[in-house]
Design a protein around this ligand. Structure first.
Ligand code: MN
Length: 205
């Protein structure tokens, strides 16, 4: 039951997030979904998610992705999310788990660069290509040793490989808006009746 931990943390009578019950929104094209959700919760972070085996594998990336292959971004693996979560942009009510504003910062598909994704995840070295609106080209997630001792939240590093999409440009600063609605966090909070001032503190980062 891969979504048990996800469901245990949330009260679906209160939060508009999907429960993941019922039909999954797997795309007809069989393409594996990829999404990054910018999340102004207690701390601003970017939730990096890859569809695999009927769920979205999920990592919280405090600083967001970098297109510079020299920069390694810490990515803390968190509970699997429903595939339908990839379409969620809005607010999680205050007091609920992850309370705050959620933006679909990037969306698209991904392709494994390894023959056996399960083995790569177990080994802690997953190479893949992103086909997003903002992020493209070759990337790797590498599990680290030594820190992230909490076994339920392993630490990984998200790193851009050298290719034609690598650059030192600061993508999170240069492209702060939603990939689907073009809204900033403050706009999303305003439209959903959330905390606009708090959301706005994530728009300049
Ligand atoms: Mn989050």
């Amino acid at each position: 039951m891969p979504l048990n931990e996800y469901r245990k943390k949330r009260d679906f009578k209160v939060t508009p997030e999907p429960s993941g019950h019922g039909a999954t929104s797997t795309s007809k094209s069989k393409a594996l979904r990829y999404v990054i959700q910018k999340h102004r919760a207690t701390q601003l972070h970017y939730d990096f998610r890859l569809e695999w085996n009927g769920v979205m594998l999920s990592w919280a990336v405090p600083k967001g992705p970098s297109l510079d292959p020299k920069v390694k971004r810490m990515a803390v693996q968190v509970e699997d999310h429903p595939i339908g979560y990839s379409d969620f942009e809005g607010i999680i009510p205050g007091g609920e788990y992850g309370g705050g504003t959620v933006m679909i910062w990037d969306t698209g598909g991904w392709t494994p660069e390894v023959a056996d994704v399960g083995a790569a995840l177990k080994k802690g070295d997953l190479k893949f290509t992103l086909h997003g609106k903002k992020l493209q080209g070759s990337w790797v997630l590498v599990r680290t040793r030594g820190f992230g001792k909490n076994p339920s939240k392993p630490s990984w590093l998200l790193i851009k490989h050298k290719d034609e999409y690598a650059t030192t440009a600061d993508i999170t600063a240069e492209q702060p808006r939603s990939a689907i609605s073009k809204r900033k966090l403050a706009d999303i909070a305003r439209d959903a009746g959330g905390d606009v001032e708090r959301a706005a503190t994530g728009d300049s980062k």
